[in-house]
Design a protein around this ligand. Structure first.
Ligand code: ACO
Length: 329
């Protein structure tokens, strides 16, 4: 057993100012507020519109706020992990760019790609550096500028996604707070249902890629929906079973904000009262790697030291999982 747990000792998030409401979308594609609300639970999303701005700019704002809130000097940070599927560029990594923009001169970093499960995978990865005793301050970021890969003529996907960034500080804890256990899974069978085909080494950007709209995110919603409910419930059950926990032992469930119907299905299937399930999809839509830290930020005032939280996510890959976390402050 490790001497240290990795506790979250601070949380911050950033959402761009501009919004895209259901009424705005009604003017862009053949859709309506009733369809979007009943199928997804989303009313509006925030979109990064300033020219030249990218994922790292949102993440840098979240990290600056995190350092301020936790009274941490930029030079103290040793490692930055950025979960994203919308990096500023394929290289250098966005984590590096964020460190540069914030002035974290002593930090090295890297990006982690696991789509909507990105923050969960990055949190577990960051925790290992703390648990090993080699690192004292690790920042884990979930950030995505989904508007850069969404086709705003495709009504099946453009109503779902928004832009945001969230960040947490991980520090050693010897009193049992922090990341306790994680179940993380992946299955490449899901690759065909949720992907972005263009822009990588398989289909480098070309006229063919653009003519076939391969630079945009593609999703076949129904199989993803079914796999998401199944993946999140089985991962939550596995992490609870192996830690001898029942629903009454869990103070908060923090689900990836993909769709309100998925969130409610997971809560009901696991017998969690819906009022103990964090939800903010109505305001932001699906912000991919940012949904979990954004939820934690929005509910921060309601969290108490020692609360048991289960974080769960599902995303492209397929990737999915659940993490048991004891809140540290
Ligand atoms: N407005 C009006 N009608 C629409 C819209 C829209 N915006 N979008 C689709 N429709 C129509 C379809 O054309 C279809 O019409 P038809 O029956 O005449 O063919 C009908 O509505 C039903 O379409 P479905 O795609 O079957 O709708 P569904 O109920 O499955 O909802 C949704 C779609 C919201 C995408 C849902 O499937 C979903 O949430 N899936 C999971 C998303 C998810 O969890 N993703 C994982 C994370 S994302 C990541 O990792 C990057």
């Amino acid at each position: 057993m490790s001497r240290f747990n990795a506790a979250i000792t601070g949380i911050a998030a950033y959402v761009p100012e501009a919004t895209l409401t259901n009424a705005d979308l009604e003017k862009m594609v053949d859709t309506n507020d009733e369809w979007i609300t009943s199928r997804t639970g989303i009313k509006k999303r925030h979109i990064l519109k300033e020219k030249g701005k990218a994922t790292s700019d949102m993440a840098a704002e979240a990290v600056k706020e995190l350092l301020r809130k936790t009274n941490t000097h930029a030079d103290e940070v040793e490692l930055v992990i950025c979960a994203t599927v919308t990096p500023d560029m394929s290289f250098p990594d966005t984590a590096n760019t964020i460190s540069y923009k914030v002035g974290m001169k002593n930090a090295y970093g890297f990006d982690l790609s696991a789509a909507c499960s990105g923050f969960l995978f990055a949190l577990t990865t960051g925790a290992k550096f703390i648990e090993s005793g080699t690192h004292k301050k690790v920042i884990v970021i979930g950030a995505d500028m989904m508007s850069s890969i969404v086709d705003y003529t495709d009504r099946t996907t453009c109503v779902i996604f928004g832009d945001a960034a969230g960040a947490v500080l991980l520090e050693p804890d010897t009193d049992g707070h922090g990341v306790i256990d994680s179940v993380l899974k992946a299955d490449g069978v899901g690759g065909k249902y949720l992907n972005r085909k263009g822009g990588g080494s398989k289909n480098p950007i070309s006229q063919y890629v653009i003519d076939n709209k391969m630079q945009y995110l593609y999703q076949d919603g129904r199989p993803v929906f079914k796999a998401a409910v199944n993946g999140m419930t089985t991962a939550v059950k596995e992490v609870m079973d192996r830690n001898d926990l029942s629903p009454e032992d869990i103070n908060w469930v923090v689900p990836h904000q993909a769709n309100m119907r998925i969130i409610n299905a997971v809560a009901d299937f696991m017998d969690f009262p819906r009022e103990r399930v964090m939800k903010n999809i109505e305001k932001y839509g699906n912000t991919t790697a940012a949904t979990l830290p954004l939820c934690l930020r929005d509910y921060e005032d309601q969290l108490k030291k020692g609360d048991n939280l289960i974080l769960t996510a599902f995303g492209g890959g397929f990737t999915w999982g659940a993490t048991l976390l004891k809140w540290g402050y």
